[in-house]
Design a protein around this ligand. Structure first.
Ligand code: SF4
Length: 511
């Protein structure tokens, strides 16, 4: 079992830090489609630079470890109890070594277990097979994209597309809508797995299972292959683009599977996965537990370089660049417009779900007047001298803070929030009234942003757990794009509107 545990540790670390070859090739193709100089091209440049940094540093590609899900096929007679124990130990060790963020939270108390273990975490599925070897696969699917999963029950009325019946055309409408509703919030450009049939649970399981297929395989069912091709072409014409900034690359892969259903039910489930599609596998010898072969590593491995920020230079031709340092004045904020690139130096404070909830009814632990809040739950590691170090620090999905954000900004005089995916009308109104701005950082670019953090000044409210605490950071050259300004403009609302119009053009029956 010791060797098996070692192999599982390697699988976890490799999955967290090194994107599979099929995913790299899909990202490269997307990059080639985007027009240079646009914010979408800038985002993809940051993403590929981040992939390269994660390779070099053997650090998490994204700070959100996601839900570790293992799928194992084992020979008859394999001791699944011992294997489960070894996997859990490997998860705890990878967390301790900063390769995974502590991500398992008690649903009732909110307490973070600190080691990624707890009821239901990690997910481990076993299946027996006739072969003599072990096939172990792992996916780390983040919360931002998990929240964009969606399930339809046909027949249904789909917004923008009309009636969706219990046939291939109805399924087509569900899938197109699933991409539209995700916008940039699941860190597009993304991959989708689609499950048709089953009951509610197995339909979702089938959708997630599709994510274990190679991004480049051919569906053995001809009509599903045609549907996959159709979705790839038309979803990429919706103009949602990377991070929802608008652009050519919205979807990187679409895989569809079908199982039998009850006569009375017809479910179509979609599992949305961000560009940080961390899914790898190994085959192991069943007697020693040693790795025989890595899966998803065939074909050309695209090695992105860290010069990918060249696009950042090009984007200057179309975007204004503004350097800011907290405390920021209202006049500085009122001067910013959607599309500007802000380069932030100096103080930055993290705050996500627990902090926003807390600040509604409590004082802030520090003076936040003129300050910048970063929606981020970083991966942090304490050294032997007791100093904290940032291992990964990309933005988290901002829309979760929509009920609180405007009130919290006004109450404490916060001038800017940084996150990803945009926020809604309540926050937009508050930005106008108060003189605030929303800055969109590139989702998943956890290494890129960790590199901009020069010092950890301190931490408050650590009792909420590492990701939820308020970390006080000193940054240098932290770049983010103004996507909601103090004049009532929202790039997210604009892209939503234009992509909805394009979606509506696809209402006519095709299949
Ligand atoms: S890339 Fe975005 S959606 Fe994916 S795990 Fe990271 S933060 Fe979550």
């Amino acid at each position: 079992m010791e060797k098996f545990k070692e192999s599982m540790y390697k699988l976890i670390v490799e999955t967290s830090t090194n994107l599979p070859n099929d995913v790299r090739r899909a990202i490269l193709q997307a990059k080639q489609r985007e027009n240079a100089g646009t914010t979408a091209a800038l985002s993809l440049g940051t993403i590929t630079k981040n992939i390269s940094m994660a390779d070099t540093n053997v650090s998490p590609i994204c700070q959100d470890t996601g839900m570790p899900t293992f799928e194992l096929k084992v020979p008859v007679g394999a001791n699944q109890i011992e294997m489960k124990k070894a996997i859990k130990e490997a998860i705890a060790e990878a967390t301790k070594n900063g390769k995974l963020r502590p991500n398992s939270v008690d649903s009732l108390t909110g307490e973070n277990s600190g080691n990624n273990l707890g009821d239901g975490t990690p997910i481990i599925h076993f299946e027996q097979w006739e072969k003599d070897e072990i096939d172990a696969r792992l996916i780390l699917k983040g919360g931002g994209c998990e929240n964009k999963n969606i399930q339809y029950s046909l027949p249904a009325e789909i917004e923008g597309l009309g009636r969706a019946g219990r046939d291939l055309d109805g399924i087509r409408k569900c899938i197109l809508h699933s991409v539209y509703q995700a916008q940039g919030q699941g860190c597009s450009a993304g991959f989708i797995g689609v499950g048709i049939g089953g009951d509610r649970i197995t339909s979702y399981s089938l959708a997630k299972e599709q994510l274990f297929r190679s991004a480049e395989d051919v569906n053995p069912i001809e009509e599903l292959q045609k549907l996959e091709d159709y979705v790839m072409e038309h979803a990429n014409n919706l103009g949602i683009g990377t991070m929802g900034f608008g652009g050519e690359a919205t979807l990187l892969g679409c895989k569809i599977g079908a199982i039998n259903r009850l006569p009375a039910s017809f479910f179509v489930s979609v599992a949305y996965n961000c560009w940080a599609f961390r899914r790898l596998g190994v085959t192991l010898t069943s007697d020693t537990g040693e790795i025989k072969e890595w899966l998803y590593k065939d074909g050309e491995e695209i090695k992105f370089t860290q010069d990918e920020a060249a696009e950042a230079t090009e984007v200057k031709s179309t975007s204004r660049e503004v350097v800011l340092e907290a405390p920021i004045t209202e006049a500085q904020i009122r001067d910013l417009k959607v599309g500007d690139v802000v380069i932030l130096n100096g103080d930055l404070h993290t705050g996500r779900d627990a902090i926003h909830h807390h600040l509604m009814d409590h004082d802030a632990p520090i003076d936040l007047n003129g300050q910048v809040i970063y929606h981020c739950g970083p991966v942090m590691l304490k050294d032997e001298a007791g100093e904290w170090h940032v291992k990964a620090a990309g933005p988290t999905t901002s829309i979760r803070e929509e009920p609180y954000q405007g009130d919290v900004m006004k109450k404490f005089g916060i001038r800017a929030v940084i996150g990803k995916g945009g926020m809604g009308p309540k926050t937009l109104k508050a930005l106008q009234e108060h003189g605030g701005v929303y800055l969109n950082a590139i989702g998943g670019a956890a290494q890129y942003y960790a590199d901009c953090i020069k010092k950890v000044e301190g931490v408050d409210l650590l009792e909420f757990g590492i990701p939820e605490a308020m970390w006080h950071l000193k940054v240098e050259g932290f770049a983010a794009i103004v996507t909601m300004d103090s004049h009532g403009n929202s790039l997210h609302a604009d892209v939503d509107k234009s992509s909805f119009e394009k979606l509506s053009e696809l209402a006519d029956r095709v299949f």
